[in-house]
Design a protein around this ligand. Structure first.
Ligand code: SAJ
Length: 441
């Protein structure tokens, strides 16, 4: 199939890189979003999100005339849906006394509805948004049928999940393997023809529900594996072991690859997607459910460690380093660091947070420091929550001159214990109870 023009619905972390990459490979792209501010920003050659390499690509695409943004759809050869699938915030599911979160599919439904008046015979529609299993066949196909056209007979319909790592999106979009699940083999083939415009990785064709499940399996696999690493950190703490040492030894086994424990799992993918399986089949997903619970509880474990280091948190001044959901990104959404700060404050601490990737972030209820010095200056303790490269590079001798704190707490194995101790600090590390923990009241 030949694609002259496509519409990408949703211009966020996935839709915008996808649009500009298609445009860079010669396809005319109309990017559509409901937010007029985003449209205005993009048409000026600017962007509203931070992703390395994205600004340059969008600028080139806009100036070449191959990419424009609008709040309104137009007829096209293909339509790609890349809108968010967050949780419902007012409704929960329940199974056997356990509550679970439910996907909010309103943006996906609205995007599919918006395509109906423009859909023509021979078009291709692709859903990219992470969705519960069977969304393409049970939700999207019936909505598009309102056009009078039937998916798989009159037009092609496919599911093709985005699988790119924030921070590496522009490269991974092109290099990663791409799964295309069609409602018919012909739909998968049409999807392959479209993404072959830029994908250099393998393009695998399958059915739509398999592709949906693959996407959820990948992120669930990672979530469950991080949960076991977090559980290991609690066990190591109980048994007087350094979990980081234990993991590095275990990982010498040729078939073992334990991931890194930390303050919890954040972002809008791994902490969200496993719930889509639980929602779809709560009776079949006890492991996935409990892994989510373990990871969601990890911020409490971090606060217990801080309490062990400092005693009562009442009026203790804690400098928090890092609020992003993971290292070297500016994305603070669904960040476990945020949760840690709120629990610390709830337990009486006075927290100042320094996030070098977003110093001006407006985080409700969090006192943001204007600089590293501002955060640590008169702190009682420094708490490392994100392994940003610039934090890992700290020279403890320099930090010692800038802070009154002599207690540092490292939740991500970012700092060398000996070096900090030599600089006069007492270092507490998540999951490391090998050297005695002093209870300082
Ligand atoms: N984390 C740990 N320990 C680890 C690894 C990660 O605690 O060993 C934490 C991170 O700090 C972060 C969270 O997990 O809070 C998620 O970070 P991540 O780097 O594992 O993943 P994301 O959410 O940035 O991106 C994931 C990726 N999926 C997989 O690696 C299977 C990416 O490829 C997906 O495209 C993306 O989700 C998505 O959009 O679904």
């Amino acid at each position: 199939m030949n694609f002259q023009k496509i519409c990408v619905i949703g211009l966020g972390y996935i839709g915008l890189p996808t649009s500009s990459t298609f445009a860079a490979h010669g396809i005319n792209v109309l990017g559509v979003d409901i937010n007029p501010h985003i449209i205005e920003t993009i048409n000026k050659g600017e962007i509203h999100i931070h992703e390395p390499g994205l600004l340059e690509e969008v600028q080139k695409a806009i100036h070449s005339g191959k990419f424009k943004a609008s709040t309104k759809l137009e007829e096209a050869d293909a339509f790609i849906i890349a809108v968010p699938t967050p949780f419902q915030d007012d409704q929960f599911g329940e199974y056997n006394g356990q509550t679970y979160k439910l996907a909010d599919m309103r943006a996906v439904s609205a995007a599919a509805e918006s395509i109906v008046p423009f859909l023509k015979k021979g078009n291709l529609v692709v859903l990219e948004s992470t969705s519960p299993p069977r969304t393409t066949v049970d939700l999207i196909a019936p909505i598009l049928a309102r056009s009078g056209l039937v998916a798989g007979r009159d037009f092609h319909l496919a599911y093709s999940p985005e699988r790119v790592l924030p921070g590496q999106i522009m490269r991974e979009l092109i290099e990663n393997a791409r799964v295309i699940g069609g409602v018919t083999p012909e739909s998968a083939l049409a999807g392959r023809d479209l993404y072959a415009a830029f994908v250099k990785g393998q393009i695998i064709q399958t059915d739509a529900t398999t592709a949906e499940m693959v996407k959820l399996m990948e992120n669930t696999y990672r979530d469950v594996n991080i949960a076991i690493a977090n559980e290991f950190s609690r066990l190591a703490d109980k048994f007087g072991v350094d979990v980081w040492e234990a993991i590095s030894i275990a990982n010498l086994h040729p078939r073992v690859k334990v991931l890194a424990p930390g303050p919890g799992v954040g972002g809008h993918c791994i902490s969200v997607d496993p719930w889509f399986f639980v929602e779809a089949a709560p009776e079949l997903t006890p492991l996935i459910y409990h892994a989510r619970k373990v990871n969601d509880a990890q911020p409490h474990f971090v606060v217990e460690l801080v309490e062990r280091a400092l005693g009562s948190l009442h009026e203790k001044k804690i400098a928090v380093l890092g609020l992003a959901y993971k290292p070297d990104v500016d994305d603070l959404r669904e960040s476990p660091a945020n949760e840690v700060v709120h629990i610390l404050q709830h337990n009486g601490a006075q927290v100042k947070a320094w996030e070098p990737f977003k110093p001006d972030a407006n985080m409700p209820g969090i006192d943001m420091a204007s600089s590293l010095e501002d955060a640590i200056n008169d702190a009682d303790a420094v708490l490392l929550l994100v392994k940003h490269a610039e934090f890992s590079k700290f020279n403890p001798l320099e930090i010692a001159k800038k802070t009154s704190a002599r207690i540092v707490i490292d939740t991500v194995n970012g700092w060398d214990k000996k070096a900090w101790e030599n600089a006069g600090f007492i270092l507490f590390r998540l999951g490391d109870n090998k050297s005695k923990i002093v209870n300082r009241k």
